[in-house]
Design a protein around this ligand. Structure first.
Ligand code: IPM
Ligand code: MG
Length: 408
């Protein structure tokens, strides 16, 4: 069984709906969670590891936590939260960006919700003492190789996009990013000197066939549950790792005859995303291209402050995090947009725990708060009500409580 992900915008009622359907044999974990959700009695208990991290992380996590609690309680779900230090906060407390106890707590929980990590204070640390290193260790430690980053232009936020309305309207792209391989982890890497004594820094972009195949299968399955179109992004005109990537994806395509597969070089994809983003349905790409293209795709939606993500492996807890950073410039000022983290909590419920109804409650509530005109600074424009992080959170909570969830 395999991943089944779909994010549809229904323009008529402005409902953002996540659909998932039975999966294929290649991704056992997603089948298991769905079966478990279907058969367990009315009260379910889950342990969630919260990693607030740095900057705006604690503010947005606190909003998402209350949203989870409320949506959960309305659906007979009881959460036990374990808050652990991570990133710069962990460096200050323990001297390392991912303490062993944080990783083991995360590994033993049902799902992990992360705020954001990093900040000026730790920017000049040695690599093994950077907050970002902790995040990479966490992804590797949880073996979450598939990172799903949906970029959906919500009808009520179309004006917030930097693209023209007619270009942005209706965009609904899912970036499937490989997350535990490629140049982020490839060996050899390091600093050295070259033959003529000059200082050099070097990294290795490397992918094995099985690593490509497993992310490709997730991507084909994801495309199947969306609009059946998959675009694989690489740099196969230059890089050997991309040549293998293209070869494996092309070979696997015969198993998915219903999927319309295309290939695109990453430079062209970056250009096409702002020229005509509606041509894309599902994109699959390597770790670094996915990092870059998902930031680009996020801006089409209006703000990086709106985009959630889910990172999943074959088994074990998933990692759910907004794609934005720690925004140290606005940290602690109650200005952050908590919605990317709140929507990440909805992805946690849906893809991490198979709790679709509770997830739907949260998604509906986010749309409801936006429909009522509440906007944080990043998505604000004239005529809307400017609110801070806390007030946006309160509005989402009110909507969770008062809205009858759409049928799932
Ligand atoms: C992201 C971030 C991370 C990445 C950083 C913080 C290490 O940019 O999640 O996109 O590069 O993966
Ligand atoms: Mg990034």
């Amino acid at each position: 069984m395999a991943a089944t992900l779909q994010i549809n915008v229904k323009p008529l009622n402005h409902q953002l709906q996540l659909n998932s359907k039975p999966c294929s044999r290649h991704c056992s974990r997603w089948a298991t969670i769905r079966c478990a959700a279907a058969t367990t009695p009315s009260t379910r208990r889950y342990t969630i590891t919260l990693l607030p991290g740095d900057g705006i992380g604690p503010e947005v996590i606190s909003v998402a936590k209350t949203a989870l609690q409320l949506a959960g309680s309305l659906e007979g779900i009881d959460f036990g939260f374990k808050e652990m230090p991570m990133g710069g906060a962990a460096l200050d407390l323990t001297g390392v960006p991912l303490p062993e106890e944080t990783l083991s707590t995360a590994q033993q929980s049902d799902a992990v919700l992360l705020g954001a990590i990093g900040g000026y204070k730790w920017d000049n640390n040695e690599k093994h003492l950077k907050p970002e290193t902790g995040l990479l260790q966490l992804r590797k430690g949880l073996k979450v190789f598939a990172n799903l980053r949906p970029a959906t232009v919500l009808p009520m936020l179309v004006e917030a996009s930097t693209l023209k309305k007619e270009v942005a309207e209706g965009v609904d792209v899912m970036v499937v990013r490989e997350l535990t391989g490629g140049i982020y982890f490839g060996q050899p890497r390091g600093f050295s000197t070259n033959d003529i004594g000059e200082e050099i820094g070097f990294n290795t972009e490397v992918y094995s066939a099985p690593e490509i195949d497993r992310i490709a299968r997730i991507a084909f399955e994801t495309a199947r549950k969306r609009h059946g179109k998959l675009c694989s992004v690489d740099k196969a005109n230059v890089l050997e790792a991309s040549m293998l990537w293209r070869k494996r994806i092309t070979a696997l395509a015969s198993e998915y005859p219903d999927i319309e597969l295309s290939h695109m070089y990453v430079d062209n994809a970056a250009m096409q995303l702002v020229r005509n983003p509606k041509q894309f349905d599902t994109i699959v790409t390597n770790n670094i291209f996915g990092d870059i293209l998902s930031d680009e795709a996020s801006m089409i939606t209006g703000s990086i402050g709106m985009l959630p993500s889910a990172s999943l492996g074959e088994s074990g807890p998933g990692l759910f995090e907004p794609i934005h950073g720690s925004a140290p410039d606005i940290a602690g000022q109650d200005k952050a947009n908590p919605l990317a983290t709140v929507l990440s909590a909805a992805m946690l419920l849906k893809y991490g725990l198979g709790e679709e109804k509770a997830a739907q409650r949260i998604e509906d509530a986010v749309l409801d708060a936006l429909n009522k005109g509440f906007r944080t600074g990043d998505i604000h424009s004239a005529g809307y009500k400017l609110v801070g992080c806390k007030e946006m959170g309160e509005e989402v909570l009110k909507s969770i409580e008062h809205k009858i969830p759409a049928a799932v």
